[in-house]
Design a protein around this ligand. Structure first.
Ligand code: AMP
Length: 282
């Protein structure tokens, strides 16, 4: 496995591989890897000749300074996991390498960036779009793999690729969960034992919402679900929304023919957890 810290070395190496006809699958990450990330690497390995992963804690997508400072960083362990998973190239740049100058680019994703995460994390999706565009320029992947765990991010990236005419296929991959249902996340490491025990209530509530969707009006279900989570003093719901899976706009009524998603964000102790599931039963 090759590890690069500099953009030009990475681009030169990958271009030489592309010139030899290799198809590149790319998995961008912020490190502190878990099985969710590794599932993306596995899928990329199955579908491409070469897998490139990046590890970069992108400062411009954090709207909370403490979240950035405390974000777990374990580059050596990450490299070991990526090697075992069959990754071929890791791009692991510094912030200075990625952003030698002040970032001024402003994207407009319309309502996609204004709802849910966009409301609570101003500037977050612009930071995501800037880094993903830059990574795509450096790596020129044929296929890029993203998790449904970050459902809104996936929608923003699909919009970015369309807007900028970037020749890459965006492949969405299912959320990988712990055995108790908690969606895997690097931030879960910051939960203490008690908080960790409480955390699966998010997924449990998402599933219960799906059970009730035919029985009650949406506002009533959301208010019930908010109460379920807020009953724990350490937890606080930021939003629970039932949205159209394409536009991410809130739905007033559920129709099984319209792809729909339940999305949730809640504070638990020192971290903010997000999760989502599809509402459509097949
Ligand atoms: P992050 O390192 O959190 O920026 O995530 C890097 C990529 O891994 C993103 O595409 C995430 O959506 C994806 N990812 C994170 N957690 C999971 C998970 N539990 N299951 C599947 N993909 C995930």
């Amino acid at each position: 496995m090759q590890v690069f810290e500099h953009i030009t070395d990475t681009t030169d190496f990958i271009q030489s591989q592309k010139n030899n006809g290799k198809q590149i699958g790319f998995v961008p990450t912020m490190g502190a890897l878990h099985d969710g990330h590794i599932s993306l690497v596995n899928r990329a390995r199955e579908e491409n000749d070469m897998v490139v992963a990046s590890i970069f804690v992108n400062p411009i997508q954090f709207n909370n300074k403490e979240d950035l400072e405390k974000y777990p960083r374990k580059p050596q362990r990450d490299m070991d996991l990526l090697k075992v998973a069959g990754c071929n190239v890791v791009f692991h740049p510094s912030a200075k390498e990625m952003y030698p100058d002040e970032v001024t680019r402003k994207y407009d994703f319309g309502s996609l960036e204004k709802v849910m995460e966009g409301k609570f994390r101003p500037g977050h999706f612009n930071g995501v779009a800037v880094v993903v565009k830059k990574l795509f320029d450096i790596i020129s992947p044929d296929n890029a793999y993203f998790g449904e765990k970050d459902f809104q991010q996936l929608a923003v990236i699909k919009a970015l690729v369309k807007k900028e005419n970037i020749p890459v296929n965006i492949i969405s991959c299912p959320t990988i969960r712990e055995s108790d249902g908690l969606a895997m996340s690097s931030r879960n490491e910051r939960l203490n034992k008690e908080q960790r025990k409480l955390a699966p209530v998010l997924y449990k509530t998402l599933k219960e919402i799906r059970e009730r969707i035919h029985k009650k009006p949406i506002p009533e279900i959301i208010s019930w679900a908010t109460g379920e989570i807020n009953q724990y003093p350490e937890m606080k719901v930021e939003y629970i929304e039932i949205v159209d899976s394409e536009t991410l706009l809130p739905l007033q009524t559920f129709n099984n023919n319209v792809p729909s998603r339940i999305c949730i964000a809640a504070i638990l102790g020192p971290v903010r957890l997000i999760d989502n599931i599809s509402l459509n039963m097949n």
